[in-house]
Structures are given as C-alpha cells and as structure tokens.
Design a protein around this ligand. Structure first.
Ligand code: NIG
Ligand code: FE
Length: 409
C-alpha cells in the first residue's frame, strides 16, 4: 500500500475548490479550513480536512510548527521566458519618451530578441528557462506556461520548443509549451505575412505534432503584428489539427478578442484595449480572459479592465507575461496583487486568477485547487491570515512549496 503522508496543520487552509470558473467572486466564498491538513499519496491529494481528523489515517506526518496559510500552487498561464539577450535599452528608451515604433526602428523591440535568441544555442536557451522557472518556483509558481515566438522561422521555432522540452525535464516546475511562431511577421522573410503563416501551417505545425512539442498555438493579433484576416486560415488549420488556440488580443487596439471567441480559443490574453463590446463578447463565451498586469507595469500603460470583465461574467485569469520586452519583472503574485488594488478585485478573484482559473486557461483539470485527486501542488505562506498574501503585494513570499507532494522549498 502506498504511503499516506499528512501535511499540516495549516493555520488556515484555502482549498479554492467548488468555485465557478466565470464571474465575480466575493471574499465570503473563500472556504477557510482552520488548522487544516492535507493527506497525500503518490503525489496526489487524498483528503483535505481538519488536521486532527486526518491523523489516524496517516502513515507519516509532515508537521508544520509555524503559523502558515496554505493555498494551491500558483499557475502562471502566460510567459515568454525562453529568450536570449536583454531589452534594458528599450525600457530606458521608453521611459525617456520614445515610442514603440521609434524603438523598433532603432534596432529594439521583439525583433532584437529574435536576433539574440537565434544567436543562442538550444542549451543556453534551456538553461535560461530553467533558471527563470526556478525563480518563479521560489514565488510559489508550480505550473508555468512558456511560449516560443522569438525564433520566427520553422527551424528556430523548433529550437525554442525543443529547448523548453529539455528544460521541463530539468525543473520541478511543470512547463506548458506554446507555439507562438505567429508573434510578428519575420523581417527577414521575403514573402507576405500570409505566406509565412502558410509555411507554418504546412511545415511547423505537423513537426510540432510529430515531436509532441506542444498542443497550444498562440498568435499576436494586432496592427503591428498579424491582422484578423491574415490569422484566420492559420487558426482554421490549427483547430483542425486539434491544437488549443490562445491569442495575444486587444493589447493596443481591439480586434483580437473577436477572433479568439470566433475560433473558440481557450484564452484571450492582454485585453488592455477591450471596450464594452469586447468585454460582453468574452463574457458570453467560454474563452478565458487573461489579464497581464506585468505588461502594463513594464510598458507604463493602463491595466486590463478586470473588474468590468468579472462583473460582465467573464472568467478572469491573471498571468505575468514574463518576457524581456514588455514585462521583465516576472513576479506573478506582486503583479496580481497590484492589479487587485487598481481594479478593485477581491482576494477571492485575485487568488482564483492565479490558481484554478489560470489552470482552466491551460486546459488543466488536475491542479489549481486543493481537491481529491488533484496534484499535491501546495504553497505555505508565513502568516496566520490569508488576506496578508495580497496585502503585501508580493513581499510575503512562500516559506514552503510542495510539487507533486514533494517538498521543493
Ligand atoms: O505579450 N504582445 C506581444 N508580445 C509580448 C511582448 C514580447 C516582447 O516585447 O518581447 C507581450 O507583451
Ligand atoms: Fe505575451
């Protein structure tokens, strides 16, 4: 018989289970188990209950002696942590008043990272991903989506996705790879954006399937990237091949979210430029709206209308967008807490956005809540009051993290 391990007591335990994926959440929906315990076996959760009730069933006890609050491990559903180089120069130029276009023209922007990423070896890229994933782990992230999108050719995109796959085997964080070959039209490609996308459909997507590198396709739908018309045939092919679709949508101008909903995307991310029409459309759909406050902080622009999305009935996930250009910070809890302060989100909405709603944005049903059968991905914060987690805006960091039931921090 497999060993049953009891972890606890947690002064407060927040399973975050049984809550709806869509819509506003008041704080009184948060179920708190005082002096809670988690009984686990073979990396999975068996039971959540008061610690003392579980003691008779346990073969071994991992006793927590300090006051701690326990939550599900955080899920960061949108990052670009596979890259070469740095864009500190872009950041300084932006803050000195240069526009995005001026910076791109002077050798900065996404293309600068493409050049540096192409120069890096797959091994270098992997090492960077592992290092950054482990930094996220220290901050409580146990599942992390990682996009390609700085290769922008069939071979370079494959290099990135293979590097992410290698990194996944070398970090305890679960990395969920996404193909973002449709990030921007590559500057060095002689043909049109449509021809580039056609090449991806014919050559890259089948190879990704063959090597099992990813089951998710992302695209940046924006005036400076791909138009709605250009992207539609690519999404048609991707959906016929059973890829999950996610979209960089409505970041600077509205439009991407309509395409996301039309193609039944699993998530539409960014949405800083969404107006009431886009908000209503998302709310009526099953597409998760993912806010990326790290991009607002990095670019110095407004936040995603998270309050309005929730009040309209949309599902709101919150992710870091960690990338070298628009979102270099990469601290999910700090960013989600700050979004909460600016958008008037309850603790329930912030925590849901980085746990089970973020898991839903990745199509993962086995995590994001502390519920029977789920992965034993657990964080403990050194406090007796769960409200302290967002109150400290990221400065209160986990004192312990378990991944698949194994204590990794
Ligand atoms: O999510 N919006 C487009 N893509 C990224 C930025 C990537 C970059 O600037 O390197 C984003 O913000
Ligand atoms: Fe992004």
């Amino acid at each position: 018989m497999a060993t049953k391990t009891l972890i606890g007591p947690f002064t407060q335990l927040l399973p975050m289970s049984g809550l709806p994926v869509k819509g506003a959440l008041k704080d009184d929906v948060i179920a708190v188990i005082d002096q809670g315990g988690i009984l686990i076996s073979e990396g999975q959760i068996l039971t959540i209950a008061p610690f003392k009730d579980l003691l008779p069933e346990a073969d071994e006890v991992h006793q927590l002696d300090e006051e701690v609050v326990g939550t599900p491990g955080f899920v960061d559903a949108h990052t670009h942590i596979c890259f070469g180089g740095s864009r500190a120069r872009d950041y300084a130029l932006r803050n000195s008043g240069k526009t995005y276009l001026e910076i791109a023209k002077s050798g900065g922007g996404i293309w600068d990272t493409v050049v540096k990423t192409r120069e890096a070896t797959a091994a270098n890229l992997s090492q960077g991903v592992i290092m950054r994933a482990n930094e996220h782990l220290q901050l409580g992230v146990t599942t992390l989506e990682v996009k390609s999108g700085y290769g922008l050719s069939v071979e370079e995109e494959l290099k990135m996705l293979r590097a992410i796959k290698t990194a996944n085997a070398k970090t305890v964080v679960d990395l969920i790879p996404t193909c973002l070959a449709a990030h921007i039209p590559p500057k060095d490609q002689p043909g049109s954006p449509e021809q580039y996308l056609q090449q991806l459909s014919e050559t890259l997507l089948p190879q990704i399937k063959a090597e099992k590198l990813s089951n998710r396709i992302d695209a940046f739908v924006e005036e400076s990237a791909f138009s709605q018309k250009e992207i539609e045939p690519y999404f048609k092919t991707a959906s016929a091949m059973r890829f999950d679709i996610t979209v960089h949508a409505d970041q600077f101008s509205a439009g991407g979210s309509a395409i996301a909903v039309k193609y039944n995307a699993i998530s539409a991310d960014h949405l800083e430029a969404s107006s009431s029409k886009e908000i209503e459309r998302l709310a009526q759909s099953s597409t998760i709206a993912t806010a990326l406050p790290g991009a607002s902080l990095g670019l110095g622009c407004g936040f995603t209308p998270a309050r309005k999305l929730l009040d309209a009935g949309a599902a709101l996930a919150i992710a870091s967008d960690h990338n070298p250009g628009s979102a270099p910070m990469g601290n999910l809890l700090a960013q989600a807490s700050i979004l909460g302060a600016f958008q008037k989100l309850s603790n329930a909405e912030v925590l849901a956005g980085i746990t089970f709603r973020a898991a839903a944005a990745l199509g993962l049903k086995d995590r994001g809540t502390l519920a029977k059968g789920n992965k034993a991905d657990i964080i403990a914060f050194p406090t007796a009051d769960y409200r302290e987690i967002t109150y400290h805006q990221g400065q209160l960091q986990p004192c312990a993290v378990w991944k698949n039931g194994i204590k990794v921090l």
